[in-house]
Structures are given as structure tokens and as C-alpha cells.
Design a protein around this ligand. Structure first.
Ligand SMILES: *[C@@H]1O[C@H](CO)[C@@H](O)[C@H](O)[C@H]1NC(C)=O
Ligand SMILES: *[C@@H]1O[C@H](CO)[C@@H](O)[C@H](O)[C@H]1NC(C)=O
Ligand SMILES: *[C@@H]1O[C@H](CO)[C@@H](O)[C@H](O)[C@H]1NC(C)=O
Length: 408
């Protein structure tokens, strides 16, 4: 007869063996995926180059780890100079824990109980400022970059990212000016997305290497989190970028027109887009942008640029990051940036080439689909992937436009 102790021993060894087998299988599977990936997809060379990039990044990470290792071993060697550098730029994403408890202080306030559930949730977690990264690309910002294109995206909108990579978001070099593209994502908010899409996203990133993902819920009210996470990321990793274009994944952008515009720019604190100077907070409850008085009680918002697409200089982006840390988060991301600009006493400038609220007010108007308008624009809201491809091809073709085309 086996004693309980023997049974326990057998049980334990069975457990350990199966654990080892599972690990071995996982490693094997990863290798198979890695090697077969080069055969998948038509784009052989890009995939291969990317896996080399990954190896390089991994090597760099390894190197960084050993650097840290030595730093821990010999703390007395860190010179004064090094400390100053570390104070000003921590060169890695320094948030490692997602834990953040709800701020129950609000529940004791009378006005809080009258709020809609979404605003309650927003306020309870408003103080949770930064989250860890699940996908990072520190190498993306190395070297001189003229224009960094960053696009807010969500895990399920794979087709939009695909079209953007082939059209306006294509990474390239124009007259020695490098253009790079990144997509900003949070964590999927639905259970089934978490199960299925996350692995696909990781594979997509493995192929293209252009995804940044943070471990916060990708919800409408968390868009401001995406904003501040990007500003922090940019301040951490990007020393030699000149300009940033930030936008949605459903806009039409003309990189050529943007480059032409930037060519003539002399403003150090550039912030330009479709600016609203005296927008009023929306108080109708059925509106997507409704804000209760308890959250914002002034009659107007500070000037801000529509989040669909705007341009800023990198020096301003770093200032905006500092300013953002002095403010409570606000649920509407573009308004929040307007508040940060206000802190800095900087007014964003309106440019007629940014049409993030549509070319003409009447959405059904044919004007909104007229390629000659698009040809002269920097950014236009709002196109689905198929429309975007079609418009892009039309604008790139030898389109004959009369010079008289004017925007209404
Ligand atoms: C809640 O209130 C206490 C006491 O006023 C304060 O110390 C604490 O920081 C508050 N909690 C949060 C998350 O703000
Ligand atoms: C924002 O993300 C955090 C972290 O995932 C989550 O706890 C919070 O509920 C989210 N807030 C909203 C308003 O969706
Ligand atoms: C508006 O809100 C601010 C900050 O939340 C508060 O200090 C102020 O008393 C409010 N003003 C009015 C008129 O309610």
C-alpha cells in the first residue's frame, strides 16, 4: 500500500513533469511560429528584416539588463553626471505595476451619487495615472526622425492599421527626412477580444514592429490616458524627433502637404490643427461628449485642436508632458490637451487644411468626397478603410484639379 506521503510524492512529480512538458511545448511552438512566419505573408523580406530587428532589440535589452546589473553591484561608481541624466530622463518605461485601487473618497460626497455610472467609474480611477507597457519599441525613436506619426487605435481595428501602413502612414524618407509610424493601444476591454485578438496583435507587431500597448482598458473615457502615456513615452525615448503628427485611425492625411507646411514653419512651440477657440461643454445627456457640471463648471473650454489629427513640435510635446502632470485627467482627450496648453500659456493655431470635423458641415454633400479637395488638405475626417484606399489612389494619380478649388 502507498502511504499518503508516497501518493503526495507521485502527485508532485507528475505535476512537475507536466509543467516541464507544457513549457517545452510552448518554446517549441514559438520557434515553429517564428520560422514559419517568414513563409507566411507575401512580404518575405520585410518580415525577415523585422525578425533581425527583434533580435537586435533583444540583444540591446540583454545589454541593458547587464548594465543595470553592474549599477546595482557598484552603486558608488555612479558619477554625479549620470545621476543628473537619470533624473531628467529615465530612459526606460518605469511603471511596472497595474495595481491601482479605486479612490473611495468620492463615494462620501453627495454630488457623486447623482452621477452617471460612466462618470463614477472615471472619477474612481482618475488618479491611476500610468500603467505598464505590454508592447514597447524603444528603438523606434533612435536616430534622427523628422516626423513621427502616432495613431490612436484599438485592438479590433486591424484593417484600419493595415490600410494606413499602405497609404499615408507608410514609413519613408523624403529628401533625407525620416518619417516613422506608431499605433497607440490599450488593453482590450472585452473578454473575447482578450482571448483572441491579443495574440493576433502580438503577431501583427512581430511583422510590423509599430505597436505600443499599455495595460489600461481601451475605453472612450480612457483616451486621455492614451494621451498622457504617449507624452510620457515620447519624453522618455525620443530625443531627436522634430515633429509629431497625432491622429485617429479613420482620417485621410497627406504627408506631402504636411512636409510642405513644416518646411515653412519657424514656430518653436508649434501646435496646429482644426482648432476650436470657444467651444462649450456639451450638457445634453444623450451626447457622446456630455459633461456634467460636477466635472467641469466653466462656460467654455480653452482653445483646443480636434483630436482627429494635429501637428506639434517635439519641444512642445515635452512641455505638454510636464504640464499634464499638474492637472487632473479630463475624460475628453483633445480638450485635456487644450487645458495643458492653457497651463503653458500657448494658444494652438488653426489651419484650414485640417478638417477633422468634415470638409463641409452637411455630411451627405458630395464635396466631402471630392478628391480635389483632399489633394489640398492636410487632414480630413472621416474615412473607412475602403474609402481611404480609393481616395488615396485618386489623389496620388495624375488628378487634374483646377486651381480655383476652394474650401467652403
Ligand atoms: C482620500 O482622502 C485621504 C484623506 O483626505 C487622502 O489622504 C487620500 O490621499 C485620498 N485618496 C486618494 C486616492 O486621493
Ligand atoms: C481605465 O483603465 C483602468 C485600468 O485598466 C480601469 O481601471 C478604468 O476603469 C478605466 N476607466 C474607464 C473610465 O474606462
Ligand atoms: C467650479 O469648480 C471648481 C473646482 O471644481 C470649484 O472650486 C468651484 O467652486 C466651482 N464653481 C461653481 C460656481 O460651482
Amino acid at each position: 500500500m502507498l502511504t499518503t506521503r508516497d501518493k503526495w510524492k507521485i502527485y508532485k512529480s507528475v505535476c512537475i513533469t507536466s509543467f516541464v512538458i507544457v513549457i517545452a511545448l510552448m518554446v517549441l511552438q514559438k520557434n515553429i511560429i517564428a520560422s514559419s512566419s517568414q513563409l507566411l505573408e507575401g512580404d518575405l523580406s520585410r518580415s525577415r528584416q523585422h525578425s533581425q530587428d527583434i533580435v537586435k532589440t533583444q540583444k540591446r535589452n540583454l545589454f541593458r539588463k547587464t548594465e543595470n546589473f553592474w549599477k546595482v553591484e557598484k552603486p558608488e561608481e555612479s558619477t554625479k553626471e549620470l545621476q543628473v541624466v537619470n533624473e531628467h530622463h529615465s530612459r526606460t518605461w518605469d511603471v511596472t505595476s497595474s495595481k491601482c485601487k479605486a479612490n473611495l473618497n468620492f463615494t462620501r460626497m453627495v454630488w457623486f451619487s447623482g452621477l452617471e455610472a460612466t462618470f463614477k467609474q472615471f472619477l474612481l480611477y482618475r488618479h491611476c495615472r500610468y500603467f505598464p507597457m505590454t508592447i514597447n519599441h524603444p528603438e523606434k525613436c533612435s536616430g534622427d526622425i523628422y516626423l513621427l506619426i502616432v495613431i490612436k487605435s484599438v485592438i479590433t481595428q486591424h484593417d484600419r492599421r493595415e490600410v494606413i501602413r499602405k497609404t499615408w502612414g507608410k514609413q519613408k524618407e523624403v529628401d533625407g527626412k525620416k518619417i516613422k509610424t506608431l499605433f497607440l493601444l490599450g488593453a482590450p476591454s472585452k473578454e473575447e477580444e482578450r482571448a483572441n485578438h491579443q495574440k493576433l496583435l502580438e503577431y501583427e507587431d512581430y511583422i510590423f514592429g509599430d505597436i505600443l500597448q499599455w495595460d489600461f482598458l481601451d475605453s472612450f473615457f480612457n483616451l486621455t490616458l492614451k494621451e498622457v502615456h504617449f507624452l510620457k513615452w515620447f519624453s522618455t525615448y525620443c530625443q531627436d524627433v522634430q515633429y509629431i503628427f497625432k491622429g485617429d485611425d479613420d482620417v485621410f492625411v497627406s504627408p506631402d502637404n504636411i512636409l510642405e507646411f513644416l518646411q515653412g514653419n519657424t514656430e518653436k512651440n508649434l501646435f496646429t490643427g482644426d482648432v476650436l477657440y470657444k467651444a462649450k461643454p456639451i450638457r445634453r445627456k444623450d451626447n457622446k461628449y456630455y459633461i456634467p457640471l460636477a466635472l467641469y463648471n466653466k462656460t467654455h473650454y480653452p482653445p483646443y485642436a480636434g483630436g482627429g489629427g494635429f501637428l506639434m513640435s517635439s519641444s512642445l510635446a515635452r512641455k505638454l508632458f510636464v504640464a499634464s502632470e499638474s492637472l487632473d485627467l479630463y475624460p475628453i482627450d483633445d480638450v485635456f490637451l487644450g487645458m495643458c496648453l492653457e497651463v503653458l500659456h500657448i494658444t494652438p493655431t488653426k489651419h484650414d487644411g485640417f478638417k477633422t470635423f468634415g470638409i463641409v458641415k452637411n455630411k451627405k454633400s458630395k464635396m466631402n468626397r471630392e478628391p480635389c479637395f483632399f489633394k489640398n488638405m492636410l487632414v480630413v475626417h472621416k474615412l473607412l478603410p475602403a474609402e481611404l484606399t480609393q481616395m488615396w489612389n485618386l489623389v496620388q494619380s495624375s488628378l487634374k484639379c483646377s486651381n480655383k478649388v476652394e474650401i467652403l
